[in-house]
Design a protein around this ligand. Structure first.
Ligand code: AMP
Ligand code: MG
Length: 346
């Protein structure tokens, strides 16, 4: 055999072996589950060194949780809250300042329907505690007056913030998981990963599509069905899918459901006529803030806000069991409501 053809055969062998290596590296699925931010988190990766990456994401999520929680005295956000009304700026960190500035932006876009200073009301209702209660009207009115995102003052340079009035409380429960989701994607990208899926208790983030190029299928919970019963499937690649619903956390008294999403204008759990809102977009922090915002805004105002946002789609479910979607989702959604419990408004 000539020297030239020998070289060619050699190159072909190297090429084929490198092809089989790369597919072996990325087609096996690795999965990890842990508990953080009050929910079960599942990561799915197609990457051989996934254990290392899982641990990095876990550590990042725990750090975010530890600095943003208001359930642990001494966390950075707790420090901010306990100094409210003192006039002093409290040293925070980059994560919190970014989340607070996003929160203020969505508060303004939603005209205060989304407002992370809703903390005093969230605390009074205690939906997350073992002793939830219905505060009386006087108490609600007093606490309601403490809610105003304009009182959150940020100093981005010194990474510090202050709350203008005493007893004001910031609660990042409506946006922090979205931020964590984006941070997971950042970590995956840093490792050169191209295909990943993370579920943070209903907040889904994806990187790319599945390794075969097909999109991920994300189930939308039936808001009045058992956990894990989906009424729709949405196909996405490289997008986040975040849902807010009145079924996620609630208590019932005398047949009335009191859930965890508070309407800052009434001080009561939101009664906008929506029982579930899902946002599909690129950044999970935006989706998280928007799903809570639109839940409070209701069908018409919520849809109007979504339409104003770039690259943003939505699925809204009303209490009279109608499903509404933005036009951009129509060819990506399959209704799987086998009992015909809901009406899909096309
Ligand atoms: P989500 O499940 O993302 O819709 O967020 C709900 C959580 O956000 C609640 O458990 C509260 O901690 C917080 N929250 C409740 N009402 C509001 C509101 N109107 N604006 C911002 N955060 C809220
Ligand atoms: Mg949210």
């Amino acid at each position: 055999m000539k020297k030239k053809s020998l070289i060619l055969i050699f190159i072909i062998i190297i090429f084929l072996s490198s092809c089989s290596n790369s597919s072996a590296k990325y087609t096996q699925k690795y999965e990890d589950q842990f508990f953080a931010m009050g929910t079960v988190i599942t990561q799915q990766l197609y990457y051989d060194d996934s254990q290392k990456v899982f641990e990095e994401v876990k550590k990042r999520f725990k750090d975010i949780e530890n600095s943003m929680t208001i359930n642990t005295p001494g966390s950075l956000v707790d420090n901010l809250n306990s100094k409210s009304g003192s006039g002093s700026f409290v040293k925070l960190n980059k994560d919190i300042i970014y989340v607070l500035s996003k929160a203020k932006n969505f508060a303004s876009l939603s005209k205060g329907s989304f407002d992370v200073s809703v903390g005093p009301l969230v605390k009074a209702w205690g939906v997350f505690t073992d002793n939830p209660r219905i505060p009386n009207k006087n108490e609600i009115d007093k606490l309601k007056s403490l809610v105003d995102y304009n009182d959150i003052k940020l100093n981005e340079k010194s990474l510090s913030a202050s709350l203008k009035r005493k007893n004001q409380i910031v609660d990042l429960g409506g946006i922090a998981k979205g931020y964590a989701g984006d941070e997971a994607i950042k970590i995956f990208k840093k490792h050169g990963i191209t295909s990943a899926f993370v579920n943070l208790g209903g907040n889904v983030v994806t990187l790319g599509g599945k390794p075969d190029g097909s999109p991920w299928k994300v189930g939308i919970q039936n808001p009045r069905g058992p956990d894990g019963e989906y009424i729709a499937i949405v196909k996405v690649s490289g997008k986040t899918v975040v849902t807010s619903g009145d079924y996620e956390r609630f208590f019932e008294k005398d047949g009335v459901r009191y859930h965890h999403i508070i309407d800052p204008t009434t001080g009561y759990p939101s009664k906008s006529g929506l029982i579930s809102t899902t946002i599909v977009t690129s950044l999970s922090i935006d989706a998280d803030a928007l799903s809570t915002s639109t839940f409070v805004l209701g069908l018409e105002k919520g849809m109007a806000l979504v339409k104003k946002m770039k690259d943003t789609e939505a699925i809204f479910i009303t209490e009279d069991k109608k499903i509404y979607t933005t036009t951009g989702l129509k060819d990506k959604i399959t209704i799987t409501d086998d009992n015909n419990e809901y009406e899909y408004i096309k």
